[in-house]
Design a protein around this ligand. Sequence first.
Ligand code: NAP
Length: 247
Amino acid sequence: MSGIVAGKIALVTGAGSGIGRAACLVLAREGANIIAADQCGLAAQETHRYGVGGKKHICLSVDVSMSESVNMAMSDIIDNYTVPPSIIVNSAGITRDNFLLKMDERMFQKVLDVNLKGTFLVVQAAAKAMIEAKITRGSIVNVASIVGRTGNIGQCNYSASKAGVEAFTKTVAKEFGPFDIRCNAVVPGFIKSPMTDAVPEKVIQKILPHVAMGRMGRPQEVAEVIAFLSSERSSYVNGACVEVTGG
Ligand code: NAP
């Protein structure tokens, strides 16, 4: 099997939809063995049906916001492959939008729990397993968001979680660089996916004039950057947060 990540094992969270699903497809095209993980096991299976089916690919249910679920998933993966994955893509994420004055405390917490704590839990479990197994040339790719840099009306929870993902990424890069495990993030702009399908057309028409390329991005356009950061082609890129926004 050829490709820029040939023979590597890649765990992708949020694999049942959007950017996570596209990352599975691109990493599989580039020769990786894919673990498609999503809170909806059926959605992860659906990703297999879309084109990553094969005997070295597996799918599993995981709730990234729960440490028991993440730890169980990691131990199932090691049972299956005997070694932990050396590529981790944290794409699981949610929005629960509302104006700050109307923001429900539980909705604020829920978004932090999935987007930021979930990224932490998966990275902690995976990095521990990688270091124990003496895996080198590991690569972790987190999915942040441009609104973590710009802020966005109605997204005080989401924007804060994604700013946190960038700071977290840079810290992980410093802690695990000495183990030859890199950590980077992609910072997508406005990407067409089930997450943004909920955005009303009139809001989309207000956003697009601010995008230099004048259109929304496609999940695959983010996934191609994720694959590059996952691969040895980016062997000296560590702690970087790469915008994929169309300008
Ligand atoms: P998506 O289509 O909604 O995909 C996200 C996936 O994550 C869904 O399958 C979702 O399941 C899953 N998920 C949610 N909570 C989970 C949990 N606790 N444990 C495991 N999986 C969980 O959204 P997307 O657009 O592909 O977004 C992927 C990532 O990119 C997210 O982190 C998002 O914040 C980020 N991002 C997206 C955009 C954009 O414009 N689309 C821009 C910047 C950043 P359910 O469908 O069941 O909730």
